[in-house]
Design a protein around this ligand. Structure first.
Ligand code: ADP
Ligand code: ZN
Length: 818
């Protein structure tokens, strides 16, 4: 009898691929192990075993595998089941899910570039002969392809060797290098090993009696350490002992002091610290907890709808504690930008070292570590906090998933495939793993609230802020009149300036929200109306004052700001619109003494820039924080009494069926940053249109009113949650091809779906990186069988692919697009 395996290759193939294996291999292999397989002419890929069987493929002759790469599965069968669901629901291949789910280091292939890990100190005698050969080759040439390495050491199967070298940290893959960042190290000192005993120490101090400066350093070290032996940085010691770097260096050279480095960027938890006791819930939290538990008992997905600062996190903590007590794993999903150390620290405070963080900004090595800890159910990763991709970790014993800020659109992956929604995929995962799942938000998505209304989801509510702090008072400031009468100071109304002054006088802090980046998004010539465009994309360049540059936000094209118009040559360029940078500047001019910070994509590029700004605001080193969307996310600042929204209108006027829902969520969330601790906060919203329904609803904190309006609109125009939508995007460098291809496709779809096909239409930005885009939107009734519809679309795609004229046009599906 012949044996075969079906494997998942990390590339967009429609089907699993079959390879032949020996009987011995069949006995050894398990689903979820990796194998190295030949694919195409000469490529070697890492593939994942998905099925083991004895049926030969019909269409082609199965090739042999090269090598087995694992002793034990690195992926569970449940994961494979979940990935298949993701692939089929979001219309991509399971290979694409595989590729995005596992850390890059798991996917060696012949084209992968390998380099030496510059940070590792290699113990050559710990390497086998073959490993050493590879290491040596990389000493001579900085970078080699896997297939080149194979040629150098004259061995076909190098992947297992490379895998071991990766594990030993000797090499890196190129992908990792891109992601590498220099970890920030802080230099600490402690007393040398030899002087730990009291006798030795006495002798040391005696011997230093003629070196008063040195002995002062030692004595200062003791003073600083105090009773609890805290870690002392070199800098602290230098200051305290009024000595110099060279004196400390002398002591280190003499081995009296010993230096050591600690990375500050990793969320390190002091193991010696005792976890805090859980907070006692107030009656409203308690009631919500009971409702959640009752709903869990019925195996229902549950929504916790609690106003900002109602103490939702403490309720999550209780649920997590219960989950851990049962010995089960917990997953805490957060939208990308909300991954703050604030929350991580809060959870670590309760759960200590059981908390692991999984994030795309972490190095591959760190991600592999979390992966393995989750797989083997280590106590170090009982709780995983992570952004959407942590959904794909190899949980073996999942008891609880929390999706915090479930309304956030960044839970949906946009590019590349799989274009999945992490909240919805988490619900499916919870179902497959028979575990509980809680969605939490102060401003639930219309989708989730609809499911509550349909009694599909359970519901718990907290209507009060913790400590009975009142919801902030919202005031709408009409700037239309003020602008007309020229009574605005830049973009500030008198009312807003008064508010800021009053708050600062009370020693309180202020947050200003402006939904745009850069200084002034657009530069326009007042003579001819020309505004500089990106040569690669169909957008105007935005002006960034800090670098005096015009930049494209889609492809990073940039050029220096011109003195005169490129079209007509007149020196009449004017800035239009305004961004965070200008808000910051104007305010600084009006109130020179204010300490103002800014938080947007430009100021938070580095890995820690974000934390730094937050920390300095927390420590009250800043009076005012100006920022974009980033400010809305689950930040907890106790001292903010005023939130100012510079201009609500550009949110409301966005051309998208979700614009109103989004505006409500954004404004309510930003407002929620005001008055979290004791005092009632104040929110000032500047707008040209104070009678806008959404602004009225935000002021009245009328979520239900907003929901009712929106659901009616969605029903009328056949949008989610009442209908499903799939967006099909066509992409090519050639404008005409995109036109023809999308028109053909739309026509074919209309045969079956008639009016439920919208478009094709150009999106608002119709060319990105020199590729034209055109969209078709397909609306489907909820009861229309999804599988059939998708199969039908695929059939159309097959015919489409066979039309020579459309060759090279990319077709991209986005199911439930956001
Ligand atoms: P939310 O997540 O709903 O915005 P948080 O959980 O951040 O609210 O709670 C707001 C503030 O109230 C936090 O500072 C938190 O520590 C505090 N808090 C919440 N619940 C309790 C409790 N039961 N006992 C003491 N403090 C609490
Ligand atoms: Zn561009």
């Amino acid at each position: 009898m012949q044996h075969f395996i079906n494997v998942i290759l990390p590339i967009p193939l429609e089907k699993l691929f079959t390879y032949s294996i020996t009987k011995a291999e069949a006995n050894f292999l398990k689903i979820g192990m990796r194998v190295a397989v030949p694919f195409g002419k000469s490529k070697i890929h890492t593939a994942l075993v998905a099925e083991i069987h004895t049926t030969a493929p019909i269409v082609y002759e199965a090739k042999e595998i090269h090598q087995i790469l694992d002793d034990d599965p690195i992926v569970t069968e449940l994961q494979i089941k979940h990935w298949s669901w993701v692939a089929s629901y979001y219309m991509c291949s399971i290979g694409e899910v595989f590729r995005s789910a596992v850390p890059g280091a798991f996917l060696l292939e012949s084209e992968t570039l390998i380099l030496k890990n510059p940070e590792s100190i290699v113990q050559e005698d710990a390497l086998t002969d073959e490993e050493f050969l590879v290491f040596e080759a990389l000493e001579r040439q900085s970078m080699l392809k896997v297939q080149e390495i194979a040629a150098i050491i004259d061995k076909k199967n190098v992947l297992p060797i490379l895998k071991r070298l990766l594990e030993k940290n000797v090499i890196l893959t190129k992908e990792e290098v891109y992601q590498q960042y220099k970890p920030k190290l802080v230099r600490y000192v402690k007393l040398g090993e030899k002087y730990q005993s009291e006798d030795a120490l006495g002798a040391l101090l005696d011997s230093l009696s003629r070196a008063p400066k040195q002995s002062k350093v030692i004595l200062s070290l003791f003073q600083l350490q105090g009773r609890n032996q805290k870690k002392i940085t070199v800098k602290e010691l230098e200051e305290k002992s009024e000595s110099s770097a060279s004196i400390i260096k002398t002591l280190i050279d003499k081995e009296i002091l010993e230096e050591f480095f600690v990375r500050t960027d990793r969320v390190v938890f002091d193991a010696a610290k005792k976890p805090s006791l859980l907070k006692e819930l107030n009656e409203y939290q308690e009631k919500a907890l009971q409702d959640i538990e009752a709903s869990f008992a019925e195996n229902k997905v549950t929504l916790l709808h609690g106003v900002t600062s109602s103490g939702k996190t403490e309720v999550y903590v209780k649920l997590i504690a219960d989950c851990l007590a049962k010995g089960e794993q917990a997953l805490y999903l957060l939208p990308e930008i909300a991954l703050t150390t604030q929350l991580i620290a809060r959870l670590q405070n309760y759960f200590g070292q059981q908390v692991a963080v999984f994030h795309s900004k972490y190095t591959v090595h760190e991600r592999v570590e979390v992966w393995n800890n989750v797989l083997t159910n280590k106590s170090k990763a009982q709780i995983v906090i992570g952004a959407r991709s942590s959904l794909f970790l190899p949980f073996s014993n999942l008891g609880l998933i929390i999706v915090d800020e479930e309304h956030e659109s960044s839970f949906k992956q946009y590019d590349p495939a799989p274009r999945y929604h992490a909240r919805d995929s988490a619900i499916v995962l919870a179902n497959f793993s028979s575990c509980n799942i809680l969605l939490g938000s102060a401003t639930p998505s219309i989708e989730s609230f609809y499911n509550v209304k349909q009694q599909k989801y359970g519901y718990a509510q907290i209507n009060r802020r913790f400590g009975d702090v009142l919801m902030p008072e919202v005031e709408l400031v009409d700037i239309k009149e003020l602008t007309r009468k020229k009574r605005m100071k830049g973009h500030f109304s008198e009312r807003l300036l008064q508010g800021i002054t009053a708050a600062i006088e009370e020693g309180e802090q202020v947050i200003l929200f402006q939904n745009r980046r850069g200084f002034a998004p657009i530069v326009e010539c007042t003579t001819c109306g020309h505004s500089p465009q990106c040569p690669n994309c169909d957008v105007s360049l935005t002006y960034h004052q800090y670098k005096k540059q015009m930049r494209c936000h889609y492809c990073s094209y940039h050029m220096a700001l011109q003195q005169s118009c490129l079209a007509c040559g007149m020196a009449t360029l004017n800035t239009k619109g305004f961004g965070t940078e200008q808000v910051e500047q104007e305010l600084q001019q009006i109130m020179p003494k204010l300490r103002i910070g800014r938080m947007d994509l430009d100021t938070t590029r580095g890995k820690h820039a974000y934390e730094k700004i937050i920390t300095s605001f927390e420590k009250h080193e800043l009076d005012v924080l100006v920022g974009t969307q980033m400010l809305t996310k689950g930040l907890d600042f106790g001292n903010v009494s005023l939130v100012g929204i510079m201009n609500a209108d550009n949110l409301l006027n966005f051309p998208d069926f979700r614009a109103h829902e989004r505006s409500y969520q954004l404004l309510a969330q930003v407002s929620g940053r005001a008055g979290r601790a004791k005092k009632r906060g104040k929110v000032l919203i500047q707008t040209y249109n104070p009678y806008h329904q959404i602004l009225q609803q935000v002021s009245a904190n009328d979520y239900e009113g907003m929901y009712t309006d929106q659901i009616n609109e969605r029903r009328e125009f056949k949008y989610p949650p009442l209908n499903r939508i799939i967006k099909i995007t066509f992409k090519h460098r050639d404008y005409g091809k995109v036109e023809d291809a999308s028109a053909w496709f739309a026509k074919s779809l209309r045969v079956s779906f008639a009016d439920n096909v919208l478009g094709p239409e150009f999106p608002s930005v119709s060319r990105i990186r020199n590729q034209y885009l055109k969209n078709i939107v397909l609306k489907m009734k909820k009861d229309q069988p999804l599988g059939k519809t998708k199969a039908y679309i695929r059939k159309i795609e097959k015919s489409f692919d066979s039309i020579g004229q459309f060759k090279g046009v990319r077709v991209i599906y986005n199911v439930d697009y956001i």
